[in-house]
Design a protein around this ligand. Structure first.
Ligand code: F6P
Length: 539
């Protein structure tokens, strides 16, 4: 297996970067090539992608594709999909794609997957039909991959949910998360879903214990009926007192688990058919990833662009701006997906890497982000590629005059989205600013100085992904697109994208510190931790 920086194509890319990549001007590229949009925009299932406002051209992409071929990316993808143990440090296959393969397909473990899916969906439907009592509220307790995916999807698909069945998500060990959720609930009408792959996670177990105590104190009696678990450790769930536990397999990574029984709250919220549509959308993207030529394979192209920006341009961050309020949790979800997967410092053989890996992924729904950090994106000293997500059709579920008003707001939303990527690319010279009269500008400041403040460098790159509508199917495809893109960059960097050892040290130290919060004992601690602990426990 070849790491990308050990491929001879890497040196070709370095030379290409020095010759034309470093000074690449997107505006000049558009001026020189009327077909640029057509050449650099791509169709994948449910997702259209415009890559033309990036610092790439067809020759750059061709070289990046040559790198992918030289590193046997296709073979590595096939190994992932086939169920090779690509998670080497944990000795596991990584088969989230098998979770969305249709019944009867040749995908690994299809019979078990379908049985598990059918059982989970039947339970979800029984809750929706009221067969588990008059359930009005579902509290999902989990963290990380056992929270972010379901929470993001339930929010994104709110239009497909029911008003009389409310979903709540609690993740933080901070009781300020759980307490306000419980405050408004009736124990007899509440179902708790305890979601933890390992069923050992401190935060989840603490919240689950607290929820159980609240349930009993609030008049609840039937724990078995009001608590269910989704876990690959069903024995621990049983020990907790939970009778109904939906199990899954160690080859489902936490941050890739929303397609498994961990998706139970999604199925309760939107129903079995919509959950199957989510899976079908993801499967369509899986097929695209598996079969499309690399040169038109969207996850591959996005991954290669990420390598170009991270390792050649040296950009350390990428901002995600979904122009749909339903996708406001997508940046948080992507943070775990990308940064927990690819925030690694050694390759598969344990060699320290001398190239950058995961960028910082962050963002906020548009247009809100425009009134917060977009100033820095436009005029700050760092170049941060932005990924816009535009949704062509809205689905507000209202009628009459309000529908007309919101349709107009949707046009405004799309205009804002287009305007931001245009402004980032176009910029504004000081000479242009000099010709303008800005109503709020100082009348006494030197005009040249003012023009410099009001100029924009431009040439700031962005990608725009377009969905026709935000539906279970399109959302499934979008999430799978991101999953595969993360695989592509991780595979080329030669890292294990499927472990997360970096989270362990903090957990271990927390367990050691916990008793000291009672005793106040600071013996053997570093000066800062000792000082802070003393401050926190002082009467
Ligand atoms: O944060 C580390 C982590 O292991 C994540 O990878 C995982 O999604 C999360 O904790 C929750 O783990 P579990 O589902 O086992 O409770």
């Amino acid at each position: 297996m070849k790491r990308c920086d050990r491929s001879p194509v890497w040196a070709e890319l370095q030379a290409h970067y020095a010759a034309s990549g470093r000074g690449f001007d997107i505006r000049a590229a558009f001026a020189a090539d009327a077909g640029r949009f057509g050449a650099l925009s791509f169709e994948a299932p449910e997702v259209f992608a415009d890559l033309s406002k990036n610092r790439v051209d067809v020759p750059t992409l061709a070289l990046l594709l040559k790198l992918a071929s030289d590193c046997d990316l296709g073979a590595r993808r096939d190994g992932l999909l086939r169920g090779d143990p690509v998670n080497t440090t944990e000795g596991r296959a990584v088969l989230h794609t098998a979770l969305r393969a249709p019944a009867g397909s040749a995908a690994p473990c299809n019979a078990e997957v379908q049985a598990s899916l059918d059982a989970m969906l039947a339970f979800a439907e029984s809750v929706r039909r009221g067969e588990r009592g008059d359930i009005t509220d579902v509290v999902h307790i989990g963290i990380g991959g056992s929270d972010l995916g379901p929470a993001m999807v339930v929010q994104a698909l709110q239009a497909f949910g029911r008003r009389d069945l409310r979903l709540h998500f609690v993740s933080n060990v901070d009781g300020h998360d759980l307490a306000p959720v419980l405050a408004g609930l009736d124990a007899k009408r509440t179902l708790f879903v305890i979601a933890s792959k390992t069923f050992t996670t401190q935060e989840t177990l603490a919240n689950a214990q607290a929820a159980k105590a609240w349930f009993l104190a609030a008049g609840g009696t039937d724990i078995a009926r009001h608590f269910v678990a989704t876990s690959s450790n069903t024995a621990a769930a049983a020990a907790f007192g939970i009778d109904t536990a939906f199990g899954f397999w160690d080859w489902v990574g936490g941050r890739y688990s929303l397609w498994s029984v961990i998706g139970l709250p999604i199925a309760i919220a939107v129903g079995a058919d919509n959950f199957r549509a989510l899976l079908a959308g993801a499967h369509a993207m899986d097929q695209h990833f598996a079969t499309a030529p690399l040169a038109s394979n969207l996850p591959v192209l996005l991954g290669l662009l990420d390598i170009w920006y991270r390792n050649f341009h040296g950009f350390t961050s990428r901002s995600v701006a979904p122009y749909h309020q339903g996708l406001r949790r997508l940046p948080a979800y992507l943070q775990q997906l990308e940064m927990e997967s690819n925030g690694k410092g050694v390759d598969l053989d344990g060699n320290a890497l001398s190239l950058g890996t995961s960028p910082v992924v962050w963002g906020e729904a548009g247009t809100n982000g425009q009134h917060a950090y977009f100033q820095m994106l436009h005029q700050g000293t760092d170049v941060i590629p932005v990924e816009f997500i535009a949704v062509k059709r809205s689905n507000h579920g209202v009628s009459g005059e309000l529908a007309e008003k919101l349709a107009d707001q949707h046009r405004k939303l799309l205009a804002n989205c287009l305007a931001q990527s245009q402004a980032l690319m176009q910029g504004k010279t000081a000479a242009e600013a000099l010709t303008e009269k800005a109503p709020t500008a100082s009348a006494t400041l030197d005009r040249e100085v003012l023009a410099r403040h009001r100029s924009f460098p431009g040439n700031r790159p962005s990608t725009t992904l377009v969905l026709d509508a935000l539906t279970p199917r399109s959302l499934g495809a979008l999430i799978a697109l991101y999953e595969h893109r993360v695989f592509v960059t991780g595979a080329l960097w030669g890292i294990n994208s499927f472990d997360q050892w970096g989270v362990e040290l903090g957990k271990a130290l927390c367990n050691q510190l916990l008793p000291r919060l009672d005793s106040g004992d600071t013996a053997g601690l570093d000066g800062s931790t000792a000082g802070l602990l003393t401050r926190l426990v002082a009467a």
